[in-house]
Design a protein around this ligand. Structure first.
Ligand code: GTP
Ligand code: MG
Length: 644
């Protein structure tokens, strides 16, 4: 059964509240004596720097938008005055624009949400970043790799890019504070050989004034070149296990993503006939008979009632070649932040297109999600996609319609940097089970289509590259605190290295060291987990409050670099309503971390064709411009401004 990710915030909930208030009754009731507030009555709260929500004192990150509480960040030394952290690896888009062959896939996910003050937003896409590089930190709810919270009312967004080449280390957002840390986490991309995060790890030292022995006290990190994996960390070729493939299912709202995912799970035996009957019966009872397969993925009552996916559902099935992790994403524009959290974990994607008349056009419209999802998925480093042209039954399996979609969408995908050779096109119908796991039985379709079915296309995807022999790196997607699993469990996808019980791991940016008590993969206890696996890691000997979604588990001798000041290459997408200027507020996302940030410098505008500097120090950035900017993470500053 699928596991749902965090239930993203749905502001439409407020519509359902009963605001009817019976004033007459109220009038008749004697007003109670006002109760004097005692100090014990006061609920201690802290205001979120992004959404201003008043969170309970016990929360380390905002319950609404996931932004970290500034006092948590405040544990770290303020690196103001140091040079900004620079991502030192080219992004896929860099390579595309420079005509360099993309080498594909490391991990993904760095993005910036541009919060234009009180306006809708613009989406800017940073391009120069290292996936394996940085991570500020938000919250998480239940332990599900694959999902983040989403704030549907979020102002537009910027997505940044991951690099294809992998860097050896990551950086976490580096705040100020009591721990002495980080000499200088900045890196330089100038001057030939880059001084990446790795080289700066030598400068990262964590000292613990409290004398807590669990801290990586005054530990000097080693250069990652010195890292030698143990034998158990490398995959055992004799094991003959299926390679895990994280497959994001993306596309415009109602294109049939969940129906397609549900069908695949049913056809592969992951959903039994009995379960399917139950879904059919329940869906019919609610007048949503056509959503029976989608119900397998859309589990929450609200998703079912509204007939839309709101958070990423994670499910599994095995093909001949892969253990496929299905990340069924929401298509509705309000839930793009949730879609992003699935996309950031993807090795490949299925872009689902609604072939029906008007359906395809709606997705391609400037307000449609087909283009946005395609662009996002590409910017997270995914370069192989399957375009599932769904609902072909509604156009009588017309070849002309399929060709028209191919021509129009193909041009757009090329402009995003997808190579023709890494895009496959499959006409199908999820509802009529045509061309999913076997050749089509419909004569109209089989008369002109003799290519692969969807399952074969999945098996034809290139296996993802995994960093087995690099130091451990696991961005934390979610944290679970339960008595049965041990004090605290961290969930996420292993980007590099390996884990097993008894191993000591460093939690960044807190600097605490914990011991792995047990590991779970696909809800099963496992002995070893390696790069690419989505796992739940139960930790012991550690203060649970220092393990946070958005943080990173790493090797104690090879901690990620930490920074709070970044130089980024960004692409401003075309949803921007007001220009980006110095001081513009942003949300900085990297892996599962989200931090308030602001633009401190606009260094240069780049020529989109050549990537060369076309203008230095411009006053502002507008839609579709590519630029180098300097960004500082600044939660407290934002909070002050919001409250003033
Ligand atoms: P979101 O998650 O909200 O973006 O929607 P989705 O893309 O997951 O779509 P979903 O699977 O919920 O299906 C939406 C509607 O499309 C349902 O009524 C499905 O029955 C219908 N649908 C899905 N696949 C097909 C298909 O192959 N043919 C036809 N005719 N309808 C389909
Ligand atoms: Mg859906």
């Amino acid at each position: 059964m699928p596991r749902k990710g965090n239930y993203g915030v749905d502001y439409d909930d407020y519509d359902d509240y009963d605001y009817d208030y019976d004033y007459d009754v109220e009038d008749q009731v004697e007003a109670p004596e006002p109760k004097k507030e005692t100090s014990s009555d006061k609920v201690r709260v802290w205001g979120c720097s992004i959404c201003t929500y008043d969170n309970d004192e016990s929360m380390t990150a905002c319950d609404i938008c996931g932004v970290m509480r500034s006092s948590v960040l405040g544990k770290f030394k303020d690196d103001k005055g140091t040079a900004p952290f620079k991502f030192d690896f080219p992004s896929p888009d860099d390579m595309v624009s420079n005509g360099i062959r993309s080498s594909k896939i490391g991990s993904k996910a760095n993005l910036i949400n541009y919060r234009s003050q009180k306006t809708s937003a613009g989406l800017s896409e940073t391009v120069k970043s290292s996936d394996k590089s940085s991570a500020p930190m938000p919250k998480g709810k239940q332990g599900r790799p694959g999902v983040n919270d989403g704030n549907p009312k979020k102002n537009g967004v910027a997505d940044t890019q991951s690099s294809d080449e992998t860097s050896d280390s990551t950086s976490s957002s580096m705040p100020k504070g009591k721990d002495k840390s980080v000499g200088n986490a900045s890196t330089s991309i100038n001057g030939g050989k880059s001084h990446g995060p790795t080289s700066n790890l030598n400068d990262v030292s964590l000292s613990d004034k409290s004398g807590n022995s669990n801290k990586a006290s005054a530990r000097r990190s080693k250069p990652s070149a010195q890292y030698q994996p143990n034998d158990w960390m490398l995959p055992d070729k004799s094991e003959n296990a299926l390679t895990q493939l994280n497959l994001a299912i993306v596309g415009h709202v109602d294109s049939g993503k969940s129906t397609l995912s549900g069908r695949l799970l049913h056809l592969s035996g992951r959903i039994t006939q009995k379960e399917m009957h139950k879904y059919e019966k329940e869906a019919k009872l609610q007048g949503k008979g056509s959503f029976a397969y989608a119900w397998a993925l859309d589990e929450s009552p609200e998703e079912r009632e509204r007939g839309i996916t709101m958070t990423v559902a994670v499910a599994y099935f095995d093909s001949k070649k892969y253990h496929v992790v299905v990340l069924d994403s929401p298509g509705h524009k309000d839930f793009v932040p949730n879609m992003i959290s699935g996309a950031t974990q993807a090795d490949a994607a299925i872009l689902v297109i609604d072939a029906s008349i008007g359906g395809f056009e709606a997705g391609m419209d400037s307000k449609g999600q087909t283009k946005e999802h395609a662009r996002l998925i590409r910017s997270f480093g995914v370069d192989q996609i399957i375009v599932a042209v769904n609902k072909m039954d509604s156009v009588q399996y017309s070849k002309d319609r399929f060709d028209l979609i191919g021509t129009q969408l193909g041009t757009f995908l090329r402009s995003c940097g997808f190579k023709d050779s890494l895009v496959s096109w499959i006409p199908l119908s999820a509802v009529e089970n045509q061309n999913l796991v076997a050749a089509p039985s419909d004569v109209c379709l089989s008369s002109w289509y003799q290519g692969s079915c969807l399952l074969d296309a999945i098996d034809s995807l290139q296996p993802p590259k995994r960093d087995f022999s690099k130091p451990l790196l696991m961005p934390i997607c979610d944290v679970v605190k339960s008595s049965s699993q041990g004090p605290v469990s961290a969930c996420g996808k292993l980007e590099a290295g390996a884990l097993r019980s008894g191993l000591k791991v460093l939690v960044m940016p807190s600097g605490d060291v914990g011991t792995i008590r047990s590991l779970e993969r696909d809800s099963q206890i496992c002995a070893v987990a390696r790069a690419g696996d989505n796992v739940t890691v139960s930790l012991q000997g550690i203060d649970g409050s220092n393990v946070m979604a958005g943080g990173v588990l790493c090797h104690p001798d090879f901690p990620v670099a930490v920074a709070k000041h970044f130089e980024l290459k960004v692409l401003v997408l075309d949803f921007l309503t007001i220009p980006i200027v110095i001081g513009s507020q942003l949300e900085f996302h990297i892996h599962h971390a989200k931090e308030a940030a602001r633009v401190v410098k606009i260094i240069s505008v780049l020529d989109p064709k050549t990537g060369k500097v076309s203008k230095k120090a411009p006053r502002c950035l507008t839609s579709k411009q590519s630029a180098i900017i300097e960004v500082a993470l600044d939660g407290t500053g934002l909070r002050r401004r919001v409250h003033e």
